[in-house]
Write a protein that binds this ligand. Structure first.
Ligand code: UDP
Length: 237
């Protein structure tokens, strides 16, 4: 099969794991997501995942009000580690081999982030799950996705969301909202379109690393993206 990408960095938000629940990890939802990932891994695509933590804790959440921001952010990063372990376990159940690498040292739980090792795993066909974001407070897992994507020379950063791309307006509220097929980084930054946060966007722009936004809940959408078929919204220079 013809593939548009050999190596992708997939950004999964914590919210994606919640399904219809109010918080936490929904088992059926994570299994659905893993099935989509497994399908492209079986086609030979090298997949690295950056996992968010917003389903468990967010440094800027109401629960963090009054907390020291850096402390709250470290809690957020630890939340991403829980998600990474749940994702790894769901992959194990469908015989997709993965490794978790954490940006914070948690040696009993996960390997540390070592770029060379991550690259080797990818070449071996293993999925690498990057946990704990960048390892720094005041950043997000979107920025971690841009950073790790650049570090491992991914050809694209794919942001998995609940909506199948970027729209001119909220498609749930405005029936006339149209989906952008392509956008430039400048358009996304200037118009403050909710693709990724500004730090992530400028990093991708400067590294000429395209971003694809698509729905992980649309069956086969990830596969269509890696085949280069029209799907979602692409942000490029
Ligand atoms: N976080 C951080 N540094 C990072 C990545 C994440 O401090 O490099 C913290 C931050 O508090 C953030 C939380 O971890 O709110 C969860 O990450 P994020 O909000 O990006 O998760 P998502 O929205 O993708 O679920």
């Amino acid at each position: 099969m013809k593939l548009a990408y050999q190596r992708i960095l997939l950004k999964l938000s914590g919210e994606a794991l919640m399904g219809e629940d109010a918080y936490g990890i929904n088992r059926a939802t994570i299994d659905r997501i893993v099935a989509e990932i497994a399908a492209v891994v079986r086609q030979g695509v090298q997949v690295a995942v950056v996992i968010g933590g917003g389903n468990i804790f967010r440094g800027l959440a109401p629960g963090a009000i009054g907390m020291d921001r850096a402390t709250a952010d470290y809690m957020g990063m630890l939340a991403t580690v829980m998600n990474a372990l749940a994702l790894q376990d769901a992959m194990r159940r469908v015989e997709v081999v993965s490794r978790v690498q954490s940006a914070l040292n948690l040696e009993q739980v996960a390997e540390p982030y070592i770029r060379g090792k991550a690259l080797r795993y990818l070449e071996e066909g293993k999925v690498v799950i990057f946990a704990a974001g960048t390892g720094n407070p005041f950043f997000t897992t979107d920025t971690a996705a841009a950073l790790r994507g650049a570090e491992i020379s991914a050809e694209v950063v794919l942001k998995a969301t609940k909506v199948d791309g970027i729209y001119t307006d909220d498609p749930k509220k405005n029936p006339d909202a149209r989906r952008y097929l392509r956008l430039t980084f400048e358009e996304a930054i200037v118009n403050n379109l909710k693709v990724m946060d500004a730090t992530a966007l400028t990093l991708c722009r400067d590294q000429n690393l395209p971003i694809g936004v698509f729905s992980i809940f649309k069956p086969g959408a990830l596969m269509r993206v890696v085949r280069g078929e029209p799907e979602g919204t692409f942000v490029t220079n």
